[in-house]
Design a protein around this ligand. Structure first.
Ligand SMILES: CC(C)=CCC/C(C)=C/CC/C(C)=C/CC/C(C)=C/[C@@H]1[C@@H](COP(=O)(O)OP(=O)(O)O)[C@]1(C)CC/C=C(\C)CC/C=C(\C)CCC=C(C)C
Ligand SMILES: Nc1ncnc2c1ncn2[C@@H]1O[C@H](COP(=O)(O)OP(=O)(O)OP(=O)(O)O)[C@@H](O)[C@H]1O
Ligand SMILES: [Mn+2]
Length: 280
């Protein structure tokens, strides 16, 4: 899971500014996403087959057609009836979980980007119709969706860069193998987990790219409905600081977990609040 305790706090606190209807809708989407991730990462994940994901997708279609199976489904069903959300990003997230069942290597950044879209970019597309675009915004809807997509990608790339060691111990390498090779690195170097100058140089490039996606996302935040800006900006700032923490660890993401201190985290909240309160 990407959402930490303090990120949960951001979600709870931040959504208080929204209308009750929007707040409930964000939660319904959040719960559905969590449950989808739990299928492949949770305690029963070793029994999950592509068949089970097919059933989960059927259930998704049913709830979009007003036939929910349980109360959590009903919450999303209600959301789908009140907001113009599209089923496709939900389907795509399930597709990402299918990928995760068998795929443990990514040859190029394009391949990795697609995975990041499936498991995280989709969240941006799901939530924009609920959070709403500011009525006085002159930005096109397309540009706001692009920013939302970028935030999902940035978060997932950051998650991948933070967890290189942990993932490699599960036999997984999300980093693009062609870029590793260009940097003179091999899979073996990752499993060995030694911070060398080659590794530092490689990581600098990866961090720089993740920051570009955060920058892209940040441009879209002020075009969201004003009540939705704060939680989005706060979570963007919190998560982006993990990249700084990787640098502060001298790029040792093999055995040291990049961690943003509590003081820093809690300073970001009022800062984001102040920024979000200003007009575009
Ligand atoms: C214009 C503009 C910038 C709009 C903002 C749009 C927006 C709110 C985008 C949200 C982007 C976002 C929060 C993406 C989350 C990505 C995420 C957490 C993906 C996780 C996948 C991780 O896979 P993996 O297995 O590799 O990692 P772990 O080892 O498990 O950590 C997910 C776990 C999939 C499930 C996603 C969620 C549970 C998060 C869903 C979050 C929401 C619906 C809330 C978003 C709302 C606000 C207000 C921030
Ligand atoms: N500031 C952070 N930087 C990087 N990773 C974090 C941070 N906070 C939590 N995580 C990670 O996110 C995931 C969710 O963690 P959890 O909800 O237990 O967070 P937490 O450590 O209790 O958060 P907090 O320190 O804010 O109370 C865990 O894998 C956790 O290690
Ligand atoms: Mn997961």
């Amino acid at each position: 899971m990407v959402f930490s305790f303090s990120q949960m706090f951001v979600l709870v606190a931040g959504t208080q500014l929204m209308t009750p209807e929007r707040r409930k809708a964000v939660w319904a989407i959040y719960v559905w996403c969590r449950r989808t991730d739990e299928l492949v990462d949770g305690p029963n994940s070793s029994y999950i087959t592509p068949k089970a994901l097919d059933r989960w997708e059927k259930r998704l279609e049913d709830l979009f057609e007003g036939r929910p199976y349980d109360m959590y489904d009903a919450a999303l069903s209600d959301t789908a009836s009140k907001f113009p959300i599209d089923i496709q990003p939900f389907r795509d997230m399930i597709e990402g979980m299918r990928l995760d069942l068998w795929k443990s290597r990514y040859m190029t950044f394009d391949e990795l980007y697609l995975y990041c879209y499936y498991v995280a970019g989709t969240v941006g597309l799901m939530t924009v119709p609920v959070m709403g675009i500011a009525p006085d915004s002159k930005a096109s809807a397309e540009s706001v969706y692009n920013a939302a997509l970028a935030l999902g990608i940035a978060n997932q790339l950051t998650n991948i860069l933070r967890d290189v060691g942990e993932d490699s111990r599960r036999g997984r390498i999300y980093l693009p193998l062609d870029e590793l090779a260009q940097a003179g690195l091999t899979e073996e170097d990752i499993f060995r987990g030694k911070v060398t100058d080659k590794w530092r140089r490689f990581m600098k490039g990866q961090i720089q790219r993740a920051r570009l996606f955060f920058d892209e996302a940040e441009k879209g935040v002020m075009h969201l409905d004003s009540a939705s800006r704060w939680p989005v900006l706060a979570s963007l700032w919190l998560y982006r600081q993990i990249l700084d923490a990787i640098e502060a660890n001298d790029y040792n993401n093999f055995t040291k977990r990049a961690y943003v201190g509590k003081a820093k985290k809690f300073l970001s909240l009022p800062a984001a609040y102040a920024r979000a309160a200003l007009s575009p």
